[in-house]
Design a protein around this ligand. Structure first.
Ligand SMILES: [Zn+2]
Length: 578
């Protein structure tokens, strides 16, 4: 990635050349005036004349070169309301693009361009940067990432929740070779690194194993990861002591990476988990981020008052701690991860099945599952648990746990619902959606200036399965519902949370702002019409209100259609010190 100033320098050089030519042409005419017949040419004068003639030839050549008559810009976006990504109030203006770069921003640009688009007073913003995606679920099937592009997203960051390919480089090479519409980058996942070295077991690593993990994280950072992600809620992250995460965070820190964590607990122990996330940043010596921050379970609602205060206090004492969030009151993960205790999930699937077969162990698990339905992801009612996808039975998608309980011919009680959940796990497990977050916590977290937007989504194959609607709607929902309709935050603040803030967090300093020198990733939308349509019942619906999306200077979406352009690039962390 070049520095934002690189192409500014290029413009400067171009202008200098024009000045030399103007001066040169003046000299040619002066020389002509002095060339009266009979003037004796000495060698010095000869040499001077040659220089002048050559300069004139070069300049005339430029003037007569058909390329020089080409329009000065490749793309000119006129009459937009520029929300530049900095958080400053919008202003009216034109944006000119040459190649993959924004080269000029001004109240009015009159010079010709290859293509001129009149924005008719729509909002023009930097393309959105999604810091938490599971894009590898789908990017190779749908490299146009329509669900993201159609809500203004131009950069997807993969490898969250402690889960990434290990090693990263074959994956990055495959992504690089892929003709794609969006930019993509990745984290290196702590859970995947641990699984590669010691498996999904609940024990501490030996000194030698810890060294191996350090080496894998180091390799990931050298390959270009933006930092270390963890999913301490999941197996095997949940078996990882804080000290071990700190050791790996220190490796990421050496390479200028950040730490981003799906915390150990987002329900009963959410406050402790935020403290742990802050401590890992503080002790690891790197920026730290609570990812998809939420408060799960009715008994925990309101705790965002405490967690946000903890983040504020950490920042006040110099710990660079931040947050990202998706704008929904339901989460999505595996039924097993959400409704079974972590100890029951240790090892492979065979181990889990063995535990469920043993009556005493099964009873212990069920007691915990009942508690998790009552107090945590279950949101106190089996209806709040909705199946998104079961690989072994597509017909279950969209049914809730109350319906599955009845399907199993059991009376609808929470203990029976727990029994139905265990049955789903035994049959092969399912992806679920869990309605257990309060709107008040969501809004409070959204208002915090240290919170950015991240979808936690994936790239669905249109019409298949029943994914969380966040994959289709996150960014449009913030702009339509939380900015325009509910007025929770301003338009400019929302755009900042989607652009310059995540860019700065990742060290991607040539994207995320509408400024000359920045890469031309751009989203154009009508602030009066923008909205998400995807629902939990009907998730496969694209967002509305976007008219143009541009990636690296090329239009990838316009007037309701994806174009044939595939300008997406793999983004790598900037080497430290560069
Ligand atoms: Zn997560």
């Amino acid at each position: 990635m070049s520095s934002p100033f690189a192409s500014g320098t290029k413009i400067g050089r171009y202008e200098n050349r024009s000045k030399i030519c103007e001066g040169g042409m003046r000299k040619v005419s002066l020389a002509h005036d002095k060339m009266t017949p009979g003037t004796k040419l000495n060698w010095y004068k000869m040499r001077k004349l040659i220089v002048i003639v050559v300069t004139a030839a070069v300049c005339l050549g430029i003037a007569h070169n058909p390329q020089a008559q080409n329009p000065r810009y490749d793309l000119l976006l006129r009459n937009g309301r520029i929300v530049d990504g900095s958080g400053s109030p919008w202003y009216r203006g034109d944006v000119a693009i040459r190649g993959d770069t924004i080269v000029r921003v001004a109240p009015s640009i009159a010079e010709p361009a290859q293509r001129v688009i009149d924005l008719n007073d729509q909002v023009i913003a930097p393309g959105f940067i999604d810091i938490h995606t599971h894009a590898r679920r789908g990017i190779f099937d749908v490299p146009t990432a329509d669900n993201y592009v159609r809500q203004g997203v131009t950069t997807l960051i993969e490898g969250p929740d402690g889960s990434s390919p290990v090693p990263l480089s074959p994956f990055l090479k495959r992504l690089d070779a892929l003709q794609k519409s969006v930019n993509i980058g990745t984290f290196i996942g702590q859970g995947s690194v641990r699984a590669a070295v010691i498996g999904d077991v609940n024990r501490k690593p030996t000194a030698e194993e810890l060294d191996k993990m350090r080496a894998l994280v180091e390799q990931g950072m050298k390959d270009g990861a933006f930092g270390l992600s963890s999913g301490l809620f999941y197996v095997p992250g949940t078996f990882t002591p804080t000290d071990e995460v700190v050791e790996l965070a220190k490796v990421a820190a050496r390479y200028g990476g950040i730490y981003i964590s799906h915390m150990r607990d987002e329900a009963t122990r959410v406050v402790d988990s935020v403290k742990e996330t802050i401590a890992i940043g503080e002790r690891g010596g790197l920026p730290t981020q609570v990812t998809h921050h939420k408060i799960i379970g009715k008994t925990n609602w309101g705790k965002s008052i405490i967690t946000l205060r903890l983040i504020d206090e950490a920042r006040a004492r110099g710990v660079d701690a931040t947050i990202d969030q998706y704008p929904y009151t339901a989460s999505s993960t595996g039924i097993g991860s959400a409704l079974l205790p972590a100890w029951a999930l240790e090892g492979g699937r065979e181990d889990v099945l063995k535990r469920l077969k043993d009556p005493t162990t099964r009873a212990r698990i069920k007691t915990e599952t009942i508690r998790l339905i009552r107090e945590e992801r279950g949101g106190g009612d089996p209806k709040n648990v909705v199946i998104a996808r079961c690989e072994w039975d597509a017909s279950l998608a969209g049914k809730n746990l109350a319906e599955v309980t009845r399907l199993r011919k059991m009376a609808l009680t929470i203990p029976n619902a727990a029994e139905a959940a265990l049955w789903l796990v035994e049959k092969g497990g399912c992806q679920g959606v869990f309605h257990a977050i309060s709107e008040a916590d969501l809004k409070r977290i959204l208002r915090d200036p240290a919170t950015m937007i991240g979808s936690d989504g994936e790239i669905p194959i249109f019409g298949q399965a029943s994914p969380h609607p966040r994959s289709y709607g996150t960014f449009a929902r913030v702009l339509g519902m939380y900015v325009r309709d509910l007025k929770v935050i301003s338009l400019e603040e929302a755009i900042r949370k989607m652009t310059s803030f995540p860019a700065q967090r990742l060290g991607v300093l040539d994207r995320g702002l509408i400024r000359p020198g920045m890469k031309a990733d751009i989203a154009v939308f009508d602030p009066a019409r923008v909205r998400d349509l995807a629902t939990f019942e009907k998730p496969h619906q694209y967002a509305e209100g976007f008219s143009f999306v541009i990636v690296n200077g090329q239009v990838v979406f316009e007037q309701g259609r994806m174009t044939a352009a595939r300008p997406g690039r793999v983004l790598l962390r900037q080497p430290k010190g560069d």
